[in-house]
Write a protein that binds this ligand. Structure first.
Ligand SMILES: N=c1c2ncn([C@@H]3O[C@H](COP(=O)(O)OP(=O)(O)OP(=O)(O)O)[C@@H](O)[C@H]3O)c2ncn1[C@@H]1O[C@H](COP(=O)(O)O)[C@@H](O)[C@H]1O
Length: 106
């Protein structure tokens, strides 16, 4: 059981964003512009979805890690703090997803 959190990784990403692109994959992705990190996020999400369909647990674990890391890089590039995303998720806990969907589509 690890104590490492998404917050810890977000802090690492924020720190590495300021590193020279030659020394950091995070900095290189961000230096290449928002479309590059967004494209990587999409690719990793598709790979994670494929692993889920194939019921490949170890690959899904690895691809899920890639998705979360690249999502944090995209958020860093957009200057959206992880806490804003968590606040949105917390707001949503007030209602079930099905109830929200029903309210939106009726
Ligand atoms: N968690 C990650 C992480 N997950 C995945 N990756 C990188 O994401 C890339 C995944 O893309 P691919 O598998 O498609 O590999 P690729 O072909 O090399 O990628 P491209 O050339 O297409 O960009 C690989 O280069 C991985 O190393 C990550 N790079 C960094 N981190 C974290 O960020 C920290 C800082 O890293 P740097 O910014 O490199 O210092 C690290 O210590 C980690 O904690």
């Amino acid at each position: 059981m690890t104590t490492f959190t998404l917050n810890d990784l977000a802090r690492i990403v924020a720190t590495r964003a300021a590193a020279p692109p030659s020394e950091s994959y995070t900095a290189k992705l961000l230096a290449d512009g928002p479309a590059k990190a967004a494209k990587k996020l999409g690719e990793e999400a598709v790979e994670a979805a494929l692993a889920a369909v194939l019921e490949d647990r170890s690959n899904l674990t690895a691809e899920a890690a890639d998705v979360l890391y690249h999502l944090l890089v995209v958020l860093q590039g957009a200057r959206i703090p992880l806490s804003d995303v968590m606040a949105e998720l917390e707001r949503r806990t007030a209602q079930s997803g099905l109830a929200e969907k029903a309210a939106r589509t009726s």
